[in-house]
Design a protein around this ligand. Sequence first.
Ligand SMILES: C[S@@+](CC[C@H](N)C(=O)[O-])C[C@H]1O[C@@H](n2cnc3c(N)ncnc32)[C@H](O)[C@@H]1O
Length: 301
Amino acid sequence: MTPAALVERLRAAGCVFAEDEAAVLVEEAAGSDVRLEELAARRVAGEPLELVVGHVDFGGLRLAVAPGVFVPRQRTVLLADEAVRLAADVEGAGRAPVVVDLCCGAGAVGAVVAARVPAAVVHAADVDPAAVAVARTNLPSARVAAGDLFDALDDAIRGRVDVLAANAPYVPTEAIATMPPEARLFEGAVALDGGADGLDVQRRILTGAPAWLAPGGHVLIETSERQAATSAAAFRAAGLEGVRVVRDDERDATVVVGRRPARASRTPEPVDQRPVLPPARQHRVAREQDPTADPLAPSAG
Ligand SMILES: C[S@@+](CC[C@H](N)C(=O)[O-])C[C@H]1O[C@@H](n2cnc3c(N)ncnc32)[C@H](O)[C@@H]1O
């Protein structure tokens, strides 16, 4: 098959980036026409390119992927970059950061952190045993475990996690039917379905996160631009502070970041039981109590 014929076949099958895909398939076939035909036939039948060749390039790494396991998306590089930055800050402060890649899938986020922050102690977990198996290949130095969210984590890191990163399912149940067939047919519902508004798993992560984070530790969750405000509100409802939304338009990527307060919140101030004064008296009392108050400030009355 000539390169031009391959591009034509891929284009006819609906592959938007037919030239790029053809180059990947040719590289993978390594000169074997029989192998190239086999790979092309699978791709033309609708199998995602990454599954056909068995790997994905992500954040400068070549990672293994496996049938049924969510293929890491390029937008998730933003989550990995943010996790690297926060872990590097901890490393820069002279500590080995404890980093968790929760809902790890193939372990892409954890793998990037492990590669770029060598001191990081990386833990990863996923409910899907097939994902755990491929994550173990991509994260040979990490502890990778199977189980429901925090149930899978080693109890020894409870209250010690510096960076908790998650790209959990966030597609609203009803929207799954509108996803491209590559996702609908080749990735399990457990990897996509985030419940009625898409944020069920995120909320469960945020409820559990404070108990696992170190004081001042960060949690980062990928979400969509449309869901970002609701995700951020869930961060605040979980008691996280410094909540911010990081956006990368080029990758259409959105990540919400929050921090466990460094210290337990202060005990409430004692209630002031003095009688409430009329505004004019309040102003005078304030000036009497604060010698720096502007004496020329207009009086309330
Ligand atoms: C959207 S995929 C993302 C995978 C990976 N983080 C990535 O970015 O490539 C979501 C992952 O969450 C996992 N997952 C869903 N519900 C989970 C749960 N309750 N506990 C742990 N993992 C879960 C799925 O198996 C899937 O691998």
